[in-house]
Design a binder for this molecule. Structure first.
Ligand code: RTP
Ligand code: MG
Length: 136
């Protein structure tokens, strides 16, 4: 079943020059890019995006981080795209959870600065796509 997911390359991924590397892995897996945009997230979009984490100890730092520089926002499509992208990205903690061969496992060291985001369910994907790409 074809599915859509919202992918972000976070500010650390952009500033470290990893856009090409990350896009390459999306395409190599066989997933399709159906929208792609470099932009600065507003505080409002960032807060909407991470609403589920409001109140957690890392929430303020997370909003500061995600608005600290440009991000790449993308809609990625394919069979089981949500799980497929999370497989490529690797677990949230790049050392304890992400395995070598994943984006986080290969290129990241810290849980906050873990390079990429992917929607975690069809409901999250629909909400996040509407937030980042209204009308898409
Ligand atoms: P994401 O939403 O960014 O795809 O990552 P995820 O599902 O793997 O992780 P999630 O639990 O949704 O956390 C969202 C992002 O918040 C930062 N975080 N920091 N310092 C901490 O303990 C902590 N925990 C999470 C990470 O940037 C994580 O990706
Ligand atoms: Mg998440």
């Amino acid at each position: 079943m074809t599915e859509r997911t919202l992918v972000l390359i976070k500010p650390d991924g952009v500033s470290r020059g990893l856009i090409g590397e990350i896009i390459r892995r999306i395409e190599r897996k066989g997933l399709a890019l159906v929208a792609l945009d470099l932009r600065n997230a507003t505080r409002e979009v960032a807060a909407g995006h991470y609403a589920e984490h409001e109140g957690k100890p890392f929430y303020g730092d997370l909003l500061d981080f995600i608005t600290s520089g440009p991000v790449v926002a993308a809609i990625v499509e394919g069979p089981r795209a949500i799980a497929a992208w999370r497989q490529i990205a690797g677990g949230t903690d790049p050392v304890e959870k992400a395995t070598p061969g994943t984006i986080r496992g290969d290129f990241a060291l810290e849980t906050q600065n873990n390079l990429v985001h992917g929607s975690d369910s069809p409901e999250s994907a629909a909400r996040e796509i509407a937030l980042w790409f209204p009308g898409r």
